[in-house]
Design a protein around this ligand. Structure first.
Ligand SMILES: *Cc1c(COP(=O)(O)O)cnc(C)c1O
Length: 385
Protein backbone atom coordinates (compact mmCIF):
# COMPACT_ATOMS: atom_id res chain seq x y z
CA UNK A 1 0.00 0.00 0.00
CA UNK A 2 1.41 3.43 -0.88
CA UNK A 3 2.46 5.68 1.99
CA UNK A 4 0.12 8.44 0.74
CA UNK A 5 -3.08 7.93 -1.27
CA UNK A 6 -2.95 11.44 -2.70
CA UNK A 7 -4.25 11.35 -6.27
CA UNK A 8 -4.73 14.94 -7.42
CA UNK A 9 -5.60 18.49 -6.44
CA UNK A 10 -9.00 19.94 -7.17
CA UNK A 11 -10.29 23.48 -7.19
CA UNK A 12 -12.87 24.21 -4.49
CA UNK A 13 -14.54 26.76 -6.79
CA UNK A 14 -14.58 25.36 -10.34
CA UNK A 15 -13.58 21.73 -9.82
CA UNK A 16 -10.60 21.80 -12.21
CA UNK A 17 -8.05 19.14 -11.28
CA UNK A 18 -4.26 19.32 -11.13
CA UNK A 19 -1.28 17.01 -10.89
CA UNK A 20 -0.06 17.06 -7.29
CA UNK A 21 3.59 16.70 -8.32
CA UNK A 22 3.62 20.39 -9.30
CA UNK A 23 4.28 23.16 -6.80
CA UNK A 24 0.98 25.06 -7.05
CA UNK A 25 -0.77 27.88 -5.28
CA UNK A 26 -4.38 28.46 -6.41
CA UNK A 27 -6.53 27.47 -9.38
CA UNK A 28 -5.19 28.81 -12.68
CA UNK A 29 -8.46 28.96 -14.59
CA UNK A 30 -8.96 32.54 -15.77
CA UNK A 31 -10.93 34.47 -13.18
CA UNK A 32 -11.13 31.55 -10.72
CA UNK A 33 -8.18 31.50 -8.27
CA UNK A 34 -10.05 29.12 -5.96
CA UNK A 35 -8.28 27.29 -3.13
CA UNK A 36 -7.01 23.84 -4.10
CA UNK A 37 -7.79 20.75 -2.04
CA UNK A 38 -5.74 17.56 -1.88
CA UNK A 39 -7.81 14.55 -2.95
CA UNK A 40 -7.15 10.93 -2.04
CA UNK A 41 -8.40 7.55 -3.10
CA UNK A 42 -9.77 5.91 -0.01
CA UNK A 43 -7.50 3.19 1.29
CA UNK A 44 -8.68 0.03 2.95
CA UNK A 45 -7.55 1.12 6.35
CA UNK A 46 -9.06 0.33 9.71
CA UNK A 47 -9.04 2.49 12.81
CA UNK A 48 -7.09 -0.26 14.55
CA UNK A 49 -4.34 -0.08 11.90
CA UNK A 50 -3.33 3.33 13.10
CA UNK A 51 -3.72 2.74 16.83
CA UNK A 52 -0.06 1.99 17.53
CA UNK A 53 1.40 4.81 15.42
CA UNK A 54 3.09 7.87 16.90
CA UNK A 55 0.85 10.83 17.62
CA UNK A 56 1.86 13.46 15.12
CA UNK A 57 -0.05 14.80 12.13
CA UNK A 58 1.63 12.04 10.11
CA UNK A 59 -0.21 9.36 12.08
CA UNK A 60 -2.78 9.66 9.28
CA UNK A 61 -0.20 9.38 6.48
CA UNK A 62 -2.39 7.55 3.96
CA UNK A 63 -4.61 10.63 3.97
CA UNK A 64 -1.73 13.09 4.09
CA UNK A 65 0.22 14.43 1.11
CA UNK A 66 3.86 13.39 1.77
CA UNK A 67 4.86 10.64 -0.67
CA UNK A 68 7.67 9.16 1.40
CA UNK A 69 8.42 9.01 5.14
CA UNK A 70 11.84 10.54 4.52
CA UNK A 71 10.24 13.69 3.08
CA UNK A 72 8.52 14.52 6.36
CA UNK A 73 9.74 17.54 8.28
CA UNK A 74 8.36 17.25 11.78
CA UNK A 75 8.86 18.85 15.16
CA UNK A 76 6.33 16.52 16.80
CA UNK A 77 3.25 18.63 15.99
CA UNK A 78 -0.24 17.28 16.69
CA UNK A 79 -1.46 14.64 19.10
CA UNK A 80 -2.65 17.30 21.53
CA UNK A 81 -4.80 16.60 24.59
CA UNK A 82 -8.58 16.83 24.66
CA UNK A 83 -9.37 17.97 28.19
CA UNK A 84 -12.67 17.78 30.02
CA UNK A 85 -13.42 21.33 31.23
CA UNK A 86 -15.26 20.06 34.26
CA UNK A 87 -15.03 23.13 36.48
CA UNK A 88 -15.86 25.67 33.77
CA UNK A 89 -18.66 23.48 32.51
CA UNK A 90 -20.16 23.18 36.00
CA UNK A 91 -20.57 26.93 36.19
CA UNK A 92 -22.96 26.75 33.27
CA UNK A 93 -24.42 23.38 34.26
CA UNK A 94 -22.83 22.01 31.11
CA UNK A 95 -21.27 18.66 32.01
CA UNK A 96 -19.87 17.88 28.57
CA UNK A 97 -17.59 20.80 27.61
CA UNK A 98 -14.09 19.95 26.37
CA UNK A 99 -11.00 21.90 25.39
CA UNK A 100 -8.82 20.79 22.51
CA UNK A 101 -5.60 22.19 23.89
CA UNK A 102 -3.33 23.25 21.01
CA UNK A 103 -0.90 25.39 23.00
CA UNK A 104 1.55 22.52 23.45
CA UNK A 105 2.33 22.31 19.75
CA UNK A 106 5.83 23.28 18.55
CA UNK A 107 6.07 27.10 18.43
CA UNK A 108 3.09 27.33 20.80
CA UNK A 109 0.13 27.16 18.44
CA UNK A 110 -1.75 24.93 16.06
CA UNK A 111 -0.10 26.77 13.17
CA UNK A 112 2.59 24.10 13.55
CA UNK A 113 0.22 21.52 12.09
CA UNK A 114 -0.44 23.48 8.92
CA UNK A 115 3.07 24.70 8.36
CA UNK A 116 4.60 21.33 9.16
CA UNK A 117 2.61 19.91 6.25
CA UNK A 118 3.15 22.91 3.95
CA UNK A 119 6.91 23.10 4.48
CA UNK A 120 7.22 19.33 4.05
CA UNK A 121 5.52 19.57 0.66
CA UNK A 122 7.25 22.78 -0.43
CA UNK A 123 10.63 21.17 0.20
CA UNK A 124 9.66 17.84 -1.39
CA UNK A 125 8.33 19.58 -4.53
CA UNK A 126 11.45 21.66 -4.98
CA UNK A 127 10.75 25.10 -3.49
CA UNK A 128 13.96 27.10 -2.97
CA UNK A 129 12.54 29.53 -0.38
CA UNK A 130 9.17 30.21 1.22
CA UNK A 131 7.38 33.45 2.03
CA UNK A 132 4.18 34.31 3.86
CA UNK A 133 2.16 37.04 5.48
CA UNK A 134 1.33 36.50 9.14
CA UNK A 135 -0.76 38.00 11.90
CA UNK A 136 1.63 36.34 14.37
CA UNK A 137 1.81 32.61 14.96
CA UNK A 138 2.02 31.46 11.33
CA UNK A 139 5.31 33.30 10.90
CA UNK A 140 6.95 31.58 13.87
CA UNK A 141 5.75 28.17 12.77
CA UNK A 142 6.84 28.70 9.15
CA UNK A 143 10.23 29.93 10.28
CA UNK A 144 10.78 26.94 12.58
CA UNK A 145 9.87 24.33 9.96
CA UNK A 146 11.87 26.19 7.31
CA UNK A 147 14.86 26.08 9.64
CA UNK A 148 14.43 22.34 10.08
CA UNK A 149 14.08 21.94 6.29
CA UNK A 150 17.05 24.16 5.52
CA UNK A 151 14.90 26.54 3.46
CA UNK A 152 15.12 30.34 3.56
CA UNK A 153 11.92 31.90 4.97
CA UNK A 154 10.58 35.43 4.39
CA UNK A 155 7.95 36.63 6.83
CA UNK A 156 5.82 39.77 6.42
CA UNK A 157 3.93 40.97 9.49
CA UNK A 158 2.03 44.10 10.52
CA UNK A 159 4.41 46.43 12.33
CA UNK A 160 2.18 46.55 15.41
CA UNK A 161 2.27 42.76 15.91
CA UNK A 162 3.54 41.96 19.44
CA UNK A 163 7.34 41.94 19.47
CA UNK A 164 7.69 38.31 20.51
CA UNK A 165 6.38 37.11 17.15
CA UNK A 166 9.17 38.91 15.34
CA UNK A 167 11.82 37.81 17.85
CA UNK A 168 10.97 34.14 17.44
CA UNK A 169 10.96 34.36 13.61
CA UNK A 170 14.39 35.94 13.64
CA UNK A 171 15.69 33.37 16.11
CA UNK A 172 14.63 30.67 13.64
CA UNK A 173 16.64 32.47 10.97
CA UNK A 174 13.78 33.98 8.99
CA UNK A 175 13.99 37.33 7.24
CA UNK A 176 11.25 39.50 8.80
CA UNK A 177 9.73 42.57 7.13
CA UNK A 178 7.45 44.79 9.21
CA UNK A 179 4.62 46.28 7.16
CA UNK A 180 2.56 49.38 7.78
CA UNK A 181 -0.78 47.61 7.32
CA UNK A 182 -2.67 44.41 8.08
CA UNK A 183 -2.15 40.77 7.10
CA UNK A 184 -3.82 41.21 3.71
CA UNK A 185 -1.46 44.11 2.93
CA UNK A 186 1.41 41.77 3.83
CA UNK A 187 -0.10 39.12 1.55
CA UNK A 188 -0.16 41.58 -1.34
CA UNK A 189 3.54 42.29 -0.93
CA UNK A 190 4.36 38.57 -0.99
CA UNK A 191 2.23 38.15 -4.12
CA UNK A 192 3.95 41.08 -5.85
CA UNK A 193 7.49 39.99 -5.05
CA UNK A 194 7.40 36.20 -5.04
CA UNK A 195 8.01 35.66 -8.74
CA UNK A 196 11.07 37.88 -9.00
CA UNK A 197 12.47 36.59 -5.70
CA UNK A 198 11.80 32.89 -6.39
CA UNK A 199 9.71 32.45 -3.24
CA UNK A 200 6.98 29.87 -2.84
CA UNK A 201 3.97 31.56 -1.21
CA UNK A 202 2.66 29.54 1.75
CA UNK A 203 -0.25 31.89 2.58
CA UNK A 204 -3.04 29.81 4.02
CA UNK A 205 -5.49 28.44 1.46
CA UNK A 206 -3.33 29.85 -1.32
CA UNK A 207 -1.39 26.60 -1.17
CA UNK A 208 -3.03 23.20 -0.73
CA UNK A 209 -1.28 21.69 2.29
CA UNK A 210 -1.70 23.89 5.36
CA UNK A 211 -5.31 22.78 5.41
CA UNK A 212 -4.10 19.15 5.27
CA UNK A 213 -2.00 19.66 8.38
CA UNK A 214 -4.84 21.30 10.24
CA UNK A 215 -7.45 18.74 9.22
CA UNK A 216 -5.71 16.28 11.54
CA UNK A 217 -7.51 18.04 14.42
CA UNK A 218 -10.70 16.49 13.04
CA UNK A 219 -9.16 13.01 12.98
CA UNK A 220 -7.85 13.45 16.51
CA UNK A 221 -11.19 14.64 17.89
CA UNK A 222 -12.98 11.62 16.45
CA UNK A 223 -10.38 9.22 17.80
CA UNK A 224 -10.30 10.87 21.23
CA UNK A 225 -14.09 10.64 21.52
CA UNK A 226 -14.08 6.94 20.61
CA UNK A 227 -14.93 7.58 16.92
CA UNK A 228 -17.83 9.87 17.52
CA UNK A 229 -17.99 13.60 16.85
CA UNK A 230 -19.18 16.24 19.33
CA UNK A 231 -22.43 18.18 18.89
CA UNK A 232 -20.72 21.55 18.62
CA UNK A 233 -17.22 22.77 17.70
CA UNK A 234 -16.29 26.33 18.70
CA UNK A 235 -13.44 27.62 16.57
CA UNK A 236 -11.70 31.01 16.76
CA UNK A 237 -11.46 31.93 13.11
CA UNK A 238 -8.87 33.93 11.24
CA UNK A 239 -8.30 32.38 7.83
CA UNK A 240 -10.59 29.51 8.79
CA UNK A 241 -7.98 26.87 7.92
CA UNK A 242 -8.76 24.53 10.80
CA UNK A 243 -12.51 24.79 10.43
CA UNK A 244 -12.25 24.02 6.72
CA UNK A 245 -9.74 21.26 7.36
CA UNK A 246 -11.80 19.51 10.03
CA UNK A 247 -14.86 19.55 7.80
CA UNK A 248 -12.79 17.93 5.06
CA UNK A 249 -11.49 15.34 7.55
CA UNK A 250 -15.04 14.41 8.58
CA UNK A 251 -15.89 13.59 4.96
CA UNK A 252 -12.70 11.57 4.56
CA UNK A 253 -13.39 9.62 7.74
CA UNK A 254 -16.92 8.88 6.61
CA UNK A 255 -15.55 7.53 3.31
CA UNK A 256 -13.07 5.42 5.28
CA UNK A 257 -16.02 3.98 7.18
CA UNK A 258 -14.65 5.33 10.46
CA UNK A 259 -17.58 7.60 11.37
CA UNK A 260 -21.19 8.10 10.28
CA UNK A 261 -22.95 10.98 8.57
CA UNK A 262 -23.59 13.04 11.69
CA UNK A 263 -21.69 16.34 11.80
CA UNK A 264 -21.08 18.87 14.56
CA UNK A 265 -22.49 22.37 14.30
CA UNK A 266 -19.48 24.48 13.43
CA UNK A 267 -19.23 27.80 15.26
CA UNK A 268 -16.93 30.50 13.97
CA UNK A 269 -15.75 32.99 16.61
CA UNK A 270 -14.27 36.36 15.68
CA UNK A 271 -13.41 39.60 17.46
CA UNK A 272 -15.86 42.50 17.62
CA UNK A 273 -13.14 44.64 16.09
CA UNK A 274 -12.65 42.28 13.15
CA UNK A 275 -15.76 40.27 12.32
CA UNK A 276 -16.10 39.81 8.56
CA UNK A 277 -17.45 36.26 8.89
CA UNK A 278 -20.21 36.97 11.45
CA UNK A 279 -21.24 39.98 9.36
CA UNK A 280 -21.47 38.00 6.12
CA UNK A 281 -23.18 35.12 7.93
CA UNK A 282 -25.83 37.43 9.41
CA UNK A 283 -26.41 39.06 6.03
CA UNK A 284 -26.80 35.74 4.26
CA UNK A 285 -23.82 36.44 1.99
CA UNK A 286 -21.66 33.77 0.35
CA UNK A 287 -18.47 35.82 0.67
CA UNK A 288 -17.31 38.41 3.18
CA UNK A 289 -16.39 42.04 2.67
CA UNK A 290 -13.03 43.29 3.94
CA UNK A 291 -13.52 44.53 7.52
CA UNK A 292 -12.18 48.07 7.69
CA UNK A 293 -10.06 49.33 10.62
CA UNK A 294 -9.70 45.82 11.92
CA UNK A 295 -8.44 45.79 15.50
CA UNK A 296 -8.21 43.22 18.30
CA UNK A 297 -5.43 42.06 20.58
CA UNK A 298 -6.09 38.50 19.41
CA UNK A 299 -3.64 38.81 16.54
CA UNK A 300 -4.67 35.45 15.07
CA UNK A 301 -8.16 36.86 14.54
CA UNK A 302 -6.99 40.08 12.90
CA UNK A 303 -7.76 38.88 9.40
CA UNK A 304 -9.99 41.45 7.67
CA UNK A 305 -10.85 39.12 4.81
CA UNK A 306 -10.10 35.41 4.70
CA UNK A 307 -9.04 34.10 1.30
CA UNK A 308 -11.37 31.10 1.54
CA UNK A 309 -14.24 32.91 3.27
CA UNK A 310 -16.62 31.23 0.79
CA UNK A 311 -15.68 27.82 2.22
CA UNK A 312 -16.06 28.95 5.85
CA UNK A 313 -19.50 30.40 5.18
CA UNK A 314 -20.60 27.32 3.26
CA UNK A 315 -19.56 25.06 6.15
CA UNK A 316 -21.23 27.21 8.81
CA UNK A 317 -24.50 26.94 6.89
CA UNK A 318 -24.16 23.26 5.96
CA UNK A 319 -23.54 22.38 9.59
CA UNK A 320 -26.37 24.61 10.89
CA UNK A 321 -23.70 26.46 12.80
CA UNK A 322 -23.31 30.05 13.88
CA UNK A 323 -20.89 32.95 13.83
CA UNK A 324 -20.24 34.81 17.08
CA UNK A 325 -18.36 37.99 17.95
CA UNK A 326 -16.46 38.53 21.22
CA UNK A 327 -14.98 41.79 22.52
CA UNK A 328 -11.37 42.07 23.66
CA UNK A 329 -12.52 42.58 27.27
CA UNK A 330 -14.57 39.41 27.08
CA UNK A 331 -11.52 37.58 25.68
CA UNK A 332 -9.42 38.73 28.66
CA UNK A 333 -12.10 37.39 30.98
CA UNK A 334 -12.20 34.12 29.03
CA UNK A 335 -8.42 33.78 29.28
CA UNK A 336 -8.59 34.33 33.05
CA UNK A 337 -11.36 31.79 33.48
CA UNK A 338 -9.56 29.11 31.45
CA UNK A 339 -6.42 29.74 33.47
CA UNK A 340 -7.95 29.92 36.95
CA UNK A 341 -10.47 27.11 36.52
CA UNK A 342 -8.79 24.71 34.12
CA UNK A 343 -5.09 25.42 34.44
CA UNK A 344 -4.79 26.55 30.81
CA UNK A 345 -3.06 29.83 30.04
CA UNK A 346 -4.75 30.35 26.70
CA UNK A 347 -4.15 32.73 23.86
CA UNK A 348 -6.88 35.39 23.57
CA UNK A 349 -8.29 33.36 20.69
CA UNK A 350 -8.91 30.48 23.11
CA UNK A 351 -10.46 32.89 25.60
CA UNK A 352 -12.77 34.09 22.84
CA UNK A 353 -13.87 30.53 22.08
CA UNK A 354 -14.76 29.89 25.72
CA UNK A 355 -16.69 33.17 25.97
CA UNK A 356 -18.60 32.16 22.83
CA UNK A 357 -19.95 29.09 24.64
CA UNK A 358 -21.57 31.35 27.23
CA UNK A 359 -23.10 33.53 24.53
CA UNK A 360 -24.41 30.55 22.62
CA UNK A 361 -25.98 29.10 25.76
CA UNK A 362 -27.59 32.42 26.68
CA UNK A 363 -29.02 32.65 23.15
CA UNK A 364 -30.19 29.02 23.37
CA UNK A 365 -28.02 28.13 20.40
CA UNK A 366 -26.51 25.28 22.42
CA UNK A 367 -28.21 23.07 24.98
CA UNK A 368 -26.70 22.38 28.41
CA UNK A 369 -26.40 18.66 27.81
CA UNK A 370 -24.67 18.91 24.45
CA UNK A 371 -21.08 17.87 23.92
CA UNK A 372 -19.14 21.02 23.07
CA UNK A 373 -15.48 21.33 22.05
CA UNK A 374 -13.71 24.65 22.51
CA UNK A 375 -10.47 25.17 20.62
CA UNK A 376 -7.65 26.72 22.59
CA UNK A 377 -5.49 27.42 19.58
CA UNK A 378 -2.31 28.78 21.13
CA UNK A 379 -0.35 29.66 24.22
CA UNK A 380 -1.00 32.83 26.20
CA UNK A 381 2.71 33.36 26.80
CA UNK A 382 3.14 35.32 23.57
CA UNK A 383 0.59 37.99 24.50
CA UNK A 384 2.01 39.43 27.66
CA UNK A 385 2.88 42.88 26.33
C1 LIG B 1 -4.00 31.65 13.29
C2 LIG B 1 -4.66 31.54 14.60
C3 LIG B 1 -6.06 31.37 14.69
C4 LIG B 1 -6.94 31.30 13.45
O1 LIG B 1 -6.71 30.12 12.73
P1 LIG B 1 -7.33 29.83 11.31
O2 LIG B 1 -7.37 28.35 11.16
O3 LIG B 1 -6.46 30.46 10.29
O4 LIG B 1 -8.69 30.43 11.28
C5 LIG B 1 -6.61 31.21 15.94
N1 LIG B 1 -5.85 31.25 17.07
C6 LIG B 1 -4.51 31.40 17.02
C7 LIG B 1 -3.74 31.42 18.29
C8 LIG B 1 -3.86 31.56 15.79
O5 LIG B 1 -2.54 31.70 15.74
Amino acid sequence: MPFSHLTHLSCTKCGKTYDPEALLNVCREPGCAGSLFAEYDVPRLSREDIASRSRTIWRWHELMPARRPEDIITLGEGGTPLLHARRLGERLSMPDVWVKEEAGNPTGSFKARGLGAAVTMAKALGARAIALPTAGNAGGAAAAYAAKAGLPCHVFMPKDTPKVFRIECEAYGAQVTLVDGLIDDCGRIVAQRKEAEGWFDVSTLKEPYRVEGKKTMGYELAEQFGWTLPDVIVYPTGGGTGLIGMWKAFDEMERLGWIGAKRPRMISVQAEGCAPIPKAFAEGKDVSVRFENAHTYASGLRVPKAYADYLVLKILRASKGEAVTISDDEMRRGVNELASSEGLYAAPEGGAAWEAVKKLLAAQKVQRTERVVVFDTGTGYKYID
